[in-house]
Design a protein around this ligand. Structure first.
Ligand code: ASP
Length: 417
C-alpha cells in the first residue's frame, strides 16, 4: 500500500438508492430501497501532502458508469475488456498526489453509454442527492457516445445545484499506453476541487492568514474533455476518432487546461449560496427527434407524429429553422400540436440559431405553435422535453401554453435568450 494514503476497501457499502419503474407516461422513482454499490475510498494523510494554506481537503465522489474509459487489453482474449474499476487507484498512482479525499462508487451494471437510459439518469440524480451533504463535488465517468445527453438531462434534473458535477471519459481505454483517460480524469478532479479564491474572505485572511471560504469555482453540470471544460447542456459529441470528442458551438468554453487551468469566469454560472438541491426525477420518455431532409415523405412524417403516446418532438430543421411549406407537412404538425404534442424547432447546423419568422419557410411554423429552440442543442432539447413533460401530464390548452412558455425560456443556461 502507498505510504501517503490510507486506502479503505468497503466493497459493499450500502447507500440509499431508488427502485425505478416506468408507466406509459413517465419514468419515476417510486420508493427507496437499499442497494449495494462497490465503493472504494482513497483518504490522503494530510501531513504527507502540500496543503493549500487554510483549506482543508476537498472531497469528491466519483461515480463510474462505464464506457471506453475503464477498458484494458486482455492479451489472452486479444480484446478490450472492462477492468476491475475498484483497482483504479493502482492503475493511476498520480491520484495519490492530489490533495483530495476520493470515494469511488461503481454502478451495479456497467454500461457502454449507447445503452444509457433515463432510468440511469434518475439513479445518478438520487446518488448525488443522497451524497450531497457529504461531498464537495461529483465526477461521473461515462462513455463518450451519449455523455452530452446525460450531462443535459442532469442539468435539468438537479435543480438548485451549487456544487460541481463534472462528466468525463476517454477515447482510448485506461489500459492503453497513449490513453487520454488519465489526463481527462485527473484534470476533472482538479476542477471539481477548485475553490473560488476571488471569494476569499479578505478580513478573515488578514486576521488569521487562513481562508474559511469553500465556495466552488464551478457549480454546474459540465463536461471536461481534452483540455476543455464545457457547459454540459451546451455540449455535443463531434468526433469519434480524434481526442477532441466534444464541442460547444454556441457557448464559450468555461475553462481551458494547459500549463494552468484558465477559467472563463464571466461564462461560468454564478455560485448561488442560498439554493437547496431538489431533484426532478419524473421523466417522460415519449419524445422523439424528427430530422428533416429534402424529399421526406408524408407517410413517414405522419406515422411519427401520429404515434399514440407521443408528447414531444425535436424538429431538426434546416439553417435558421426552416422547413418545407407543403400543406400536408404543416397540417400534420398542426394536428400534432392540437393533440397536445410539444414541438421544438432545433437547427441541423451546429452553430448559429433558429430565428422563426425570418424566412417564410419558418414563419408558418411559428404561426402553428412550434416553439423556437434558439441555439439549443438536440441533446438539450430532447432531455428538456422529457423533464418538462414529466412535470406536467395534462394536455389541455392551458397546460400546453405553460409548457410552450417554459420550453422557449432558458432553464439552466442551455439556450441564449
Ligand atoms: N461506446 C463507448 C461509450 O460511449 C465509447 C466511449 O466511451 O468513448 O460507452
Amino acid at each position: 500500500m502507498h505510504n501517503a494514503e490510507e486506502q479503505v476497501y468497503s466493497l459493499s457499502m450500502q447507500i440509499t438508492a431508488t427502485i425505478l419503474h416506468s408507466t406509459a407516461d413517465k419514468i419515476e422513482s417510486s420508493h427507496f430501497w437499499r442497494m449495494n454499490y462497490k465503493t472504494v475510498h482513497l483518504q490522503q494523510r494530510a501531513n504527507t501532502l502540500i496543503q493549500t494554506p487554510g483549506t482543508d481537503q476537498r472531497s469528491v465522489l466519483v461515480i463510474y458508469t462505464g464506457g471506453t474509459f475503464g477498458m484494458v487489453y486482455d492479451p489472452q482474449a486479444d480484446q478490450l475488456i472492462p477492468f476491475d474499476f475498484e483497482r483504479v487507484f493502482e492503475r493511476l498512482p498520480e491520484l495519490h498526489r492530489l490533495n483530495l479525499n476520493i470515494t469511488l462508487i461503481t454502478l451495479a451494471v456497467i454500461l457502454d453509454s449507447s445503452n444509457m437510459k433515463p432510468a440511469v439518469w434518475i439513479e445518478l440524480a438520487h446518488l448525488i442527492e443522497a451524497n450531497y451533504e457529504q461531498y464537495d463535488s461529483f465526477v461521473i465517468l461515462h462513455g463518450t457516445d451519449t455523455m452530452a445527453y446525460t450531462a443535459s438531462a442532469l442539468s435539468f434534473m438537479l435543480e438548485g445545484l451549487n456544487k460541481p458535477v463534472l462528466l468525463t471519459g476517454a477515447q482510448l481505454p485506461i489500459g492503453v499506453p497513449r490513453t487520454d483517460a488519465r489526463e481527462n480524469f485527473i484534470t476533472a478532479l482538479e476542477i471539481a476541487a477548485e475553490v473560488d479564491t476571488a471569494a476569499v474572505d479578505a478580513a478573515n485572511v488578514e486576521m488569521t492568514g487562513l481562508s474559511t471560504v469553500r465556495q466552488p469555482l464551478v457549480s454546474e453540470v459540465c463536461i471536461y474533455f481534452n483540455s476543455l471544460l464545457l457547459r454540459g447542456n451546451r455540449s455535443t459529441k463531434q468526433e469519434s476518432v480524434q481526442f477532441n470528442a466534444f464541442s460547444s458551438e454556441n457557448y464559450p468554453h468555461l475553462a481551458t487546461a494547459g500549463v494552468s487551468i484558465d477559467y472563463n469566469r464571466p461564462y461560468i454560472r454564478p455560485y448561488q449560496p442560498d439554493q437547496t438541491l431538489r431533484i426532478r426525477t419524473e421523466l417522460n420518455p415519449n419524445v422523439t427527434i424528427l430530422k428533416l431532409f429534402p424529399g421526406i415523405t408524408q407517410p413517414v412524417v405522419e406515422s411519427i407524429l401520429e404515434s399514440p403516446a407521443l408528447r414531444g418532438v425535436v424538429l431538426e430543421t434546416f439553417g435558421a429553422g426552416n422547413a418545407p411549406t407543403d400543406g400536408w407537412f404543416l397540417e400534420a404538425l398542426k394536428r400534432a400540436i392540437d393533440r397536445g404534442i410539444l414541438i421544438i424547432n432545433v437547427s441541423q447546423c451546429e452553430g448559429g440559431r433558429v430565428t422563426q419568422g425570418r424566412y417564410q419557410t419558418s414563419k408558418y411554423l411559428e404561426q402553428i405553435g412550434v416553439v423556437s429552440g434558439a441555439d439549443i442543442t438536440t441533446e438539450a432539447a430532447i432531455t428538456k422535453l422529457m423533464v418538462l413533460l414529466g412535470q406536467e401530464l395534462d394536455r389541455d390548452p392551458a397546460a400546453m401554453s405553460r409548457l410552450q412558455k417554459r420550453l422557449a425560456q432558458p432553464m439552466m443556461g442551455e439556450m441564449s435568450e
